[in-house]
Design a protein around this ligand. Structure first.
Ligand SMILES: [Zn+2]
Length: 118
């Protein structure tokens, strides 16, 4: 048995990358395990866990960061990326422990080059 066969790859069926339909990860589906679901809510906005948004993430911290990105885009005012700090609570599905994070953001310069005539 060679290395490829040990990892589950078959020469007849090359590994293919695709978007996971559940979590959106770009992955080799035969090896992919979706990260656990977390619920994130913002108590200072009057939210309870029942009002929370669900994100698949590898950690509670990553879920809080995904919430911040979602919240800024959803509200369309981008308050977090413009300097606001927000406290959120995060609970992983099936876990008793709730974690709390202060999320902040920053604007990052982005440069783009397009082909032009010499
Ligand atoms: Zn997935």
């Amino acid at each position: 048995m060679d290395g490829e066969q040990e990892r589950g790859l078959s020469r007849a069926e090359p590994a293919t990358y695709e978007d996971c339909r559940r979590c959106g990860a770009f992955c080799v589906s035969t090896f992919h395990v979706c990260p656990p679901r977390h619920v994130v809510w913002c108590p200072e906005a009057g939210e309870t866990e029942e009002d929370g948004q669900s994100f698949r993430a590898h950690s509670a911290r990553a879920a809080a960061e995904r919430w911040a990105e979602w919240s800024d885009r959803h509200s369309a005012d981008y308050g977090i990326v413009r300097g606001a700090s927000v406290i959120v609570h995060v609970r992983q599905d099936g876990c008793e422990e709730m974690e709390s994070f202060t999320v902040t953001g920053e604007m990052v310069p982005c440069y783009t080059a397009h082909p032009s005539e010499p």
